[in-house]
Design a protein around this ligand. Structure first.
Ligand SMILES: C[S@@+](CC[C@H](N)C(=O)[O-])C[C@H]1O[C@@H](n2cnc3c(N)ncnc32)[C@H](O)[C@@H]1O
Length: 275
């Protein structure tokens, strides 16, 4: 199960190298180390950029004193944004070793290692004691995990009483067919996709209260269209790092995914809940 996810992100167009190359191109001959702000156009691997992280931060009540856990942190972009804009301390947990190491290196590079700590680990068995965090956030990652209830129970366990969980994830719409689900699994390691009501029920079963669920599919549609355009614009980088075949394969599968969003078969949800 997790091998497929690890492989998908090992062969993903967004990588530490690609972020550094893009930042280097943007900065040209400017001297000195890049800042977290320099990275933000390139290091957010979710839909809606910094505004989407900000929306979760507001709903999770994150302030300077918050101890925050970012579940499935990727290259650490959202964690660095929260640390630099909300001035809080963030721990990011990430399954993929290359991504976890890349996230830690990028955080050191921009001088945020004191406030952003990256831990390699699995969201279904969080490597932390109980009640260690005031807020948990996660973006576009639970789609890869079949044991979603276990992840939610783990988030609840590590939150203090009254702590908030806020996350976004893909949603399955009624017309999503079995063959399309199967393709999403084979191509993008997406599994057991939930509906809005499905997630609401899972959050309740995990022991959360004050559950909020918003359908953000309409917000996502233009964002996803733009993301497909962005991946296509990254062709030269992707071919140089992963080869022509992988570029073509990724292009096909991402176009298929965006097509499902356009057709209303897939969507997105934003959830909040309190321990
Ligand atoms: C679409 S990326 C999102 C990264 C980050 N949340 C962001 O918004 O930039 C999904 C991430 O989830 C990670 N992931 C998938 N399954 C995981 C698991 N069981 N435990 C921890 N991380 C996982 C993947 O390796 C990948 O980095």
């Amino acid at each position: 199960m997790s091998d497929r996810v690890i492989d998908f992100y090992d062969r993903h167009p967004i990588s530490e190298e690609q972020v550094l190359r893009a930042v280097g191109r943007r900065r040209g001959s400017r001297v000195g180390s890049p800042t977290a702000e320099d990275l933000f156009d390139f290091d957010q691997d979710h839909y809606g950029g910094l505004g989407a992280v900000e929306a979760l931060a507001r709903r999770a009540g994150i302030g300077a004193a918050s101890r925050v856990l970012d579940v499935c942190a990727g290259l650490g972009g959202p964690a660095r944004f929260l640390a630099s804009h909300r001035r809080c301390r963030v721990v990011g947990v990430e399954l993929n070793q290359r991504r976890a190491e890349g996230a830690a290196r990028l955080s050191r590079l921009v001088g945020l290692a004191g406030r952003v700590r990256i831990v390699r680990g699995d969201a279904t068995a969080l490597p932390f004691g109980t009640a260690m965090f005031d807020a948990c956030v996660s973006q576009e990652a639970l789609l890869h995990i079949d044991r979603k209830l276990l992840v939610l129970e783990e988030c609840r366990r590590v939150l203090v009483p009254g702590g908030r969980l806020a996350f976004t994830d893909w949603l399955a719409r009624p017309r999503l067919g079995d063959r399309e689900r199967e393709q999403l699994w084979r191509w993008m390691a997406a599994t057991t996709l939930q509906t809005l009501e499905g997630y609401r029920a899972l959050l309740g079963r995990a022991g959360f209260g004050a559950v909020g669920a918003e359908d953000v599919s309409d917000e996502w549609r233009p964002i996803l269209r733009e993301r497909l355009r962005m991946f296509r614009a990254m062709r030269a980088d992707t071919v140089a790092r992963l080869g022509e075949t992988r570029f073509e394969e990724y292009d096909r599968l991402y176009a298929f995914f965006v097509g499902l969003i356009e057709a209303g078969k897939l969507g997105g949800g934003r959830f909040t809940a309190t321990r």
